[in-house]
Design a protein. Structure first.
Length: 377
């Protein structure tokens, strides 16, 4: 609490409970005894309902239980077996949430409706008085009556009993949050500084780095009203190198009124110092933040380049296949030419041998000699 306060709770006449009913009659077994006269059943919870038809083999307790559990209406059904009598099996249906409601299971809703469940426990709200003002809540967790305060109703009160809630400022809540802020600020600042200067990382020159730095400067220079005008009044100090630290002694010296002003200075997620968080959210939101948008652009560019590389790779592979096929064809032609050359050489040698005989033989020499004499050479 930003300021001390006290509240009186009286007349807790009801504790929030979930609606829970059982089948009005028992059944001989859970797998064959029919539960619906027509097979059509309507489940009602509060202002919502689900109507379904039990198919072949489902018109029994087990089939009805499974249909209810699969209805998505926010209830849980189970089969209870008492082990006594001729009809020891019952259907139990319980709402998944507490609060006064309407829980019904109606057989033949479009014909002759018949209630299949009892009507003895339709749930209950937590009912009490806060400072003599009547309060009714569907849950025992009360967090919307006193701003910033949550408490649980765990039982009824006696007629003259009063439960007192005393609220006081807790400085450790603020100091702990400030220490977390200092640690996170320094961590972000260190990552930003790593992207600036001669040894900058891959994000050197990226506009997001400078935009984030600008937001951090806005946090440090934020001014408020009242006795707490800046972070330094809360004990947050800045070194010459931009390192942030928390001075616990300065914070502990704050008076009660200053702590109240500190809470006003810090504000909430939308007001005061806390309202500046929206500027960081614009950068870091995982769905719509500037970082995410830039990542999407990088991913799109990466996909585009990858597609181009794949296209060129496919084209090169196709050219390689075509060239390989042409080289194989050329190799085949060369082999064919070599074969033809060998055949032609063999043919020429055979013809020469037939006409002139083997080179160097006596017949070959005599023929040449006779030829020379006849010519008168």
């Amino acid at each position: 609490a930003t300021t001390p306060a006290s509240y009186s709770i009286t007349n807790i006449t009801s504790v929030a409970a979930a609606a829970s009913e059982t089948s009005a009659i028992g059944y001989a077994d859970s797998t064959s005894a029919p539960v619906s006269s027509t097979g059509t059943v309507k489940l009602v919870l509060g202002g919502s309902f689900k109507q379904f038809t039990l198919g072949a083999g489902q018109n029994n307790l087990a089939g009805l239980r499974d249909a209810i559990n699969g209805s998505g209406l926010g209830v849980t059904a189970s089969v209870l077996t008492t082990g006594t009598g001729l009809t020891p099996n019952y259907l139990s249906v319980t709402s998944n949430t507490t609060g006064e409601t309407t829980l019904r299971l109606i057989d033949d809703p479009d014909g002759v409706p018949a209630q299949l469940l009892t009507n003895t426990n339709q749930g209950a709200n937590a009912v009490f008085q806060l400072n003599r003002v009547n309060v009714s809540s569907p849950t025992n967790l009360i967090n919307n009556v006193v701003s910033g305060v949550s408490f649980n109703i765990v039982g009824k009160t006696d007629p003259l009993q009063t439960v007192t809630l005393s609220l006081a400022a807790d400085p450790t809540q603020i100091s702990g949050a400030l220490q977390d802020f200092v640690a996170n600020y320094n961590a972000v600042s260190a990552q930003l500084n790593a992207q600036i200067g001669p040894a900058a990382g891959l994000l050197s020159g990226n506009s997001l780095i400078y935009q984030t730095q600008s937001v951090l400067r806005g946090l440090v220079n934020y001014n408020g009203a009242g006795t707490i005008k800046s972070l330094s009044d809360l004990g947050i100090e800045m070194s010459a190198t931009g390192q942030m630290s928390f001075n616990q002694t300065t914070f502990d010296s704050l008076s009660g009124s200053q702590l109240s002003d500190a809470a006003a200075f810090l504000g909430s997620a939308t007001t005061g110092f806390g309202g500046l968080s929206s500027q960081l959210t614009e950068i870091s939101d995982p769905l719509t933040g500037l970082i995410k948008l830039q990542q999407n652009q990088y991913d799109a560019a990466d996909k585009r380049i990858t597609d181009q590389v794949n296209t060129l790779t496919d084209r090169i592979n196709s050219m390689q296949l075509t060239l390989s096929a042409k080289l194989q064809a050329a190799d085949a032609l060369i082999a064919n030419l070599n074969s033809q050359q060998q055949i032609l050489t063999a043919t020429l040698q055979s013809s020469s041998f037939a006409a002139f005989g083997a080179p160097g033989s006596s017949g070959f020499s005599n023929t040449l000699s006779t030829g020379n004499s006849g010519s008168g050479a």
